[in-house]
Structure formats: structure tokens, C-alpha cells
Design a protein around this ligand. Structure first.
Ligand SMILES: C[S@@+](CC[C@H](N)C(=O)[O-])C[C@H]1O[C@@H](n2cnc3c(N)ncnc32)[C@H](O)[C@@H]1O
Length: 290
């Protein structure tokens, strides 16, 4: 790509991609975009827009306990602890607990956040007290689609406790990754694990241990992808390096502007049914799907 083509392309993106607005996403009226996107450290689109929506859906109350699953660098844990005065157990596989402990201390929230590094598919340490809610932002699909895991998560909740997750997905269910989405950097794209919102809803409902209260495409779920490109592009000064690294994603987003499926996001909330519903909730590690 020549410099001129790059300039045209950057200009084209900036004039056609849409931004999330404070009118529809109230956190954008309270926080700068750098705060919302954790200065670009978010590992996926959405940042605090998704976390704030999950918090509002859960209607969290002071003193409640929350498991923040796949929390990445812990922005969601810090936000929920500060905004709702809840006690958060922050769990992630890749990001060391010490990094999240430091972030919690820096925010004056060390007493409210318990970081733990580990694989949820192997279970939490025995004796972990049950939670009022499980939150999962941009991570649920990475755990695989094992029904045993969904049932295990129910056992981590108090009766009546809620599971709420929000993440990227396709607008429509596809038997295989659609051809236009096959070209990616192979690392950031998790498309092989993507499903549609109705698929996730049916999956959690089929566990027998949750009653799904909400499970649909997130408002502006497609715009969230465009806003992410705009934010990261602005930060990178629309450099050749950024356009080259994000090129595959930009093409996928553009495809979805006129075709289906398109990239979007979903939000799902489910309530743990009374104990005894479904199966035991024992984690069957060999059966967990990658
Ligand atoms: C796409 S990142 C999202 C991180 C963060 N929630 C965000 O929005 O920036 C997915 C996160 O899920 C975590 N993860 C993946 N598999 C996991 C597992 N089996 N158990 C716990 N965390 C896992 C990864 O370590 C990673 O930080």
C-alpha cells in the first residue's frame, strides 16, 4: 500500500465507520474514551461500555460478591468494585494476579479485589464461597462450549445468583467460518469459537441449570467494532503499521456493513435455577472442549 492509498484508506475509515455515542451508552458521557478503553490496553472492543452494561443488567448492590471471569488486565474488576462497592474475585488465565493486584492497589481497591490466575476449566480453588454474580466480558467463548463448564459455573453461584456475559459474536449462526472471515492474523480472531446470540442463549438454557432472562445482540454491537478501530487508529495516528496490522479486521467489518453475517456483540443474563435442577455440576475435564 502506498502512502497515498493509506491516507485515502484512513480517511475512508474515518468517514464511514461509526462511533458509539453517549446518548445510547451513558458511560461515554461520564468517562473519556481513554478511560473507557483503558488507554488502549483492552484486549477486545467495548471496554467499559460492555462492563457498564453488564453492571446495570445485574443491578449489583453494595456488599455483594462477584466473580469476574476472564478479566484480562482487570479493568472490569476495578470498575465494578468502585462503582457498585462489591467484592470482586478477579480470575484470568494469561494475566498474572500480581499485575491485577497492583492495579487494584493503585485504585485504592485492594480490600475489594481478590486476584487469581488460573484456568476456569480446571475449576476455582476448593472452598471458594459462592458468588452473587458471575461477570464475563469478551472471554466466555474462549472457555469453549462444554456444557459441563456451564453447569459448573452454576455451582459457583448462590441460588438465584446471576451469570452475565457480553462479547463479540456473529449476527447469524454459521456452520463454518464464512469465507470472507477466513483471512485474519490467526491469533486475534477467535471466529472458530464465535456463535450467534440465539445460539448462546440456547446453549445456556440447555444446561438446565440456568433460566435465561436476556440473550440478544447488544445495542450497537456492530458499531462497537467500528468504534474500536477508530479509537485504536486515532491512538496510532493512523500509521502504516496500524493499518497493516488491523487490515484484516477492517475488511471483515466492511464486509458486514453490506452482508451477513456481520461482526457484532451479544449480552446474556441468566439466573441460576434452584439447586437440584440439571446435573451435579462436576467438571469433566477430559470432556471440556478446547
Ligand atoms: C479477549 S481477552 C478479554 C480480556 C478482558 N475481559 C477485556 O475485555 O479486555 C480474554 C481473556 O480470557 C482469559 N481466558 C482465556 N481462557 C481462560 C480460561 N480457561 N480461564 C480463565 N481465563 C481465561 C484470557 O487470559 C484473556 O485475558
Amino acid at each position: 500500500m502506498t502512502t497515498d492509498e493509506r491516507v485515502v484508506d484512513a480517511a475512508g475509515i474515518r468517514s464511514t465507520f461509526r462511533r458509539l455515542t453517549p446518548e445510547r451508552h451513558p458511560i461515554l458521557a461520564r468517562c473519556t474514551r481513554d478511560v473507557v478503553y483503558d488507554e488502549g490496553r483492552c484486549m477486545a472492543p467495548g471496554g467499559l461500555v460492555l462492563v457498564d452494561a453488564v453492571g446495570r443488567y445485574l443491578n449489583l448492590r453494595p456488599g455483594q460478591s462477584v466473580l469476574d471471569l476472564g478479566c484480562g488486565r482487570g479493568q472490569s474488576s476495578t470498575f465494578l468494585a468502585a462503582r457498585y462497592d462489591v467484592a470482586v474475585t478477579s480470575v484470568d488465565l494469561w494475566i498474572p494476579a500480581d499485575e491485577r493486584r497492583s492495579a487494584a492497589s493503585a485504585a485504592g481497591l485492594a480490600h475489594r479485589i481478590t486476584p487469581w490466575q488460573g484456568d476456569i476449566r480446571r475449576g476455582l480453588p476448593p472452598g471458594t464461597p459462592p458468588f452473587d454474580a458471575i461477570v464475563c466480558v469478551q472471554a466466555f467463548h474462549t472457555f469453549g462450549t462444554s456444557m459441563a463448564l456451564v453447569r459448573y459455573l452454576a455451582t459457583l453461584l448462590k441460588p438465584g445468583g446471576a451469570l452475565c456475559f457480553a462479547q463479540g459474536c456473529f449476527s447469524d449462526e454459521c456452520a463454518a467460518i464464512p469465507e470472507p472471515f477466513c483471512d485474519s492474523d490467526g491469533w486475534q480472531a477467535d471466529y472458530a469459537r464465535y456463535h450467534s446470540a440465539p445460539w448462546w442463549r440456547a446453549h445456556v438454557e440447555a444446561s438446565g441449570v440456568f433460566a435465561v432472562e436476556a440473550g440478544a445482540e447488544f445495542e450497537d454491537g456492530d458499531v462497537m467494532w467500528e468504534d474500536d478501530v477508530l479509537y485504536r487508529g486515532d491512538r496510532a495516528g493512523w500509521s502504516a503499521d496500524y493499518l497493516s496490522r488491523a487490515g484484516w479486521l477492517i475488511q471483515h467489518i466492511r464486509y458486514g456493513q453490506t452482508h451477513r453475517p456481520r461482526l457484532t456483540h451479544l449480552l446474556l443474563k441468566a439466573i441460576r435455577r434452584a439447586p437440584g435442577a440439571g446435573t451435579s455440576g462436576a467438571l469433566d475435564i477430559p470432556g471440556v472442549q478446547p
